[in-house]
Design a protein around this ligand. Sequence first.
Ligand code: 5GP
Length: 186
Amino acid sequence: MRAPDLTADVATVLIPADQLQAKVAELGVTLSRDYAGRELTLVSVLKGALPFMADLMRAISIPVQIDLMEVSSYGGTATETSGLVRILKDLSSSIDGRDVVIVEDIIDTGLTLNYLLRYLRGKNPRTLRICALLDKPARRLVEIEIDYRGFTIPDQFVVGYGLDYGEFYRNLPFIGVLKPEVYGSE
Ligand code: 5GP
């Protein structure tokens, strides 16, 4: 992979920073209302969901606890998931009896989340719901009910606001698509 250029490599901005912030604020209000008086735990999945989690938790006005997991998929390429998931970092606290919302960056094939849902259900939460910033339904392989959704996007490989290509571009404040020649140099 050639050296990334954060400005020159971006072909299009799909979702500008102000639209992301507005949507996150809206999701925060909805979650605060739906979970008022409950024991809410946000479980986010590193590394892609990190900016979304950080902004979302601050948009929530009720008490919350947070936990972080990190998963990686075996095999695959920089732009394709393989569906075989490995847990690199597990929960640090019990979610037994708690109302849990998984905070995800993007749902593509759905394989990662499908695995996580089964894993977390086994930890006996009172309720388990999904909050995903981006939904890419075109490539879905398993049916997943998304309870809280930010944006539905077309079948394009996106970067920014936590999402990477070759571990770079996560710090872009918007969601964008890179120029074809950048992806081509895998
Ligand atoms: P899934 O298992 O739903 O196919 O994919 C989930 C993971 O694949 C996401 O959490 C993300 O890490 C990665 N992914 C899927 N689509 C994209 C994309 O368009 N851009 C980036 N950067 N990562 C993606």
